[in-house]
Design a protein around this ligand. Structure first.
Ligand code: MN
Length: 313
């Protein structure tokens, strides 16, 4: 925690000095995360983990970002995916760009999402779920691309009742940027007065952004937020730093402005959120504040307190 406190103090000093004589200030660039080695989650999701909860202080309130694909799946008879497993203490947000994912959990939540759709699952006090390719996508095969983001819950909400939100493409406002520079799909929070459909426990903006080659735009975030940008396709210069495909940038808590210029047609996700400056202790699919709470989570899961999935035909 002392490390986090130091970071906050430094950031606010920088913000003060930059604000002199300016109406808005560029957020500082802290770190560019290079493209990591990939691994498989089950047999359905070839992912690159752009960050995990081992570095939570720098990215809070976000805990993890897995970039699945792009990957071409051949047609198959047997559904691919990841079978029954638990979560406690946070939320999983799955954003599909290509392919179809089906979710089923022990709290009764479930649904199918396809291109442009989002599922926002609150694990809270705990559930078990499976994440599979849809039967149709399994049989047709084709391109698969998705993001799974883990969003932390503050200590007082970690044991909240599990919840599931299906957010369909049509429910997500798409806002045009000035000068035909591109578009922003507002999944959560707000952008230029357009509110996103996701219900979040702490203030979060999720902006699914497209920028046209040679164009640029400014984005304004809430003061004090941690902000990340992740490029899926294309290349940009963001607050003076070049970012290319499958790279992620962490911006400081200082300032409120992000200036992005696109060198190519670009698809990127901008994530911004109010920091949750609490201890993070994670173990696999459980993310709590202290080790004792992890032991409790493992015991509760083993005792069946997070439920079980019934078999389906
Ligand atoms: Mn899961």
């Amino acid at each position: 925690m002392s490390q986090t406190a130091t970071t906050t103090q430094t950031a606010s000093k920088e913000a003060t000095s930059k604000e002199i004589g300016a109406t808005s200030t560029l957020k500082s660039v802290l770190n560019v995360r290079p493209t990591p080695q990939g691994h498989w989650v089950g047999d359905g999701f070839p992912v690159r983990t752009m960050f995990g909860y081992d570095t939570a202080a720098a990215v809070t309130p976000f805990l993890l970002l897995d970039y699945a694909g792009p990957h071409h799946f051949e047609p198959a008879m047997q559904r691919r995916g990841v079978g029954e497993h638990p979560h406690r203490g946070f939320e999983t947000v799955t954003i599909v760009y290509s392919g179809e994912v089906e979710h089923r959990d022990s709290s009764g939540g479930g649904g199918r999402i396809g291109p442009g759709d989002v599922q926002w699952m609150t694990a809270g006090s705990g559930l078990v779920h499976e994440e599979m390719h849809s039967p149709e996508f399994t049989m047709s095969g084709g391109a698969f691309e998705a993001i799974q983001l883990w969003v932390n819950l503050p200590a007082k909400l970690k044991m909240t009742t599990p919840k599931y939100q299906t957010i369909l493409n049509g429910d997500i406002p798409e806002v045009a940027l000035p000068d035909s520079a591109g578009t922003v799909r507002v999944i959560a929070g707000a952008f230029n007065g357009h509110k996103g459909p996701a219900n979040t426990f702490t203030p979060i903006d999720l902006w699914d952004t497209r920028l046209a080659k040679g164009k640029g735009a400014e984005f304004h975030v809430t003061p004090g937020h941690n902000t990340l940008a992740f490029v899926m396709k294309g290349a940009i210069v963001i607050n003076g730093k070049r970012l290319k495909e499958a790279e992620l940038v962490e911006l400081g808590r200082d300032g409120t402005t992000i200036r992005i210029d696109a060198e190519e047609d670009t698809k990127l996700m901008i994530l911004s959120g109010e920091p949750i400056d609490e201890p993070v202790f994670g173990y696999g699919p459980f993310v709590m504040n202290y080790q004792a709470e992890i032991r409790q989570a493992v015991n509760d899961f083993n005792a069946g307190k997070m439920g079980r999935l019934g078999s389906t035909l």
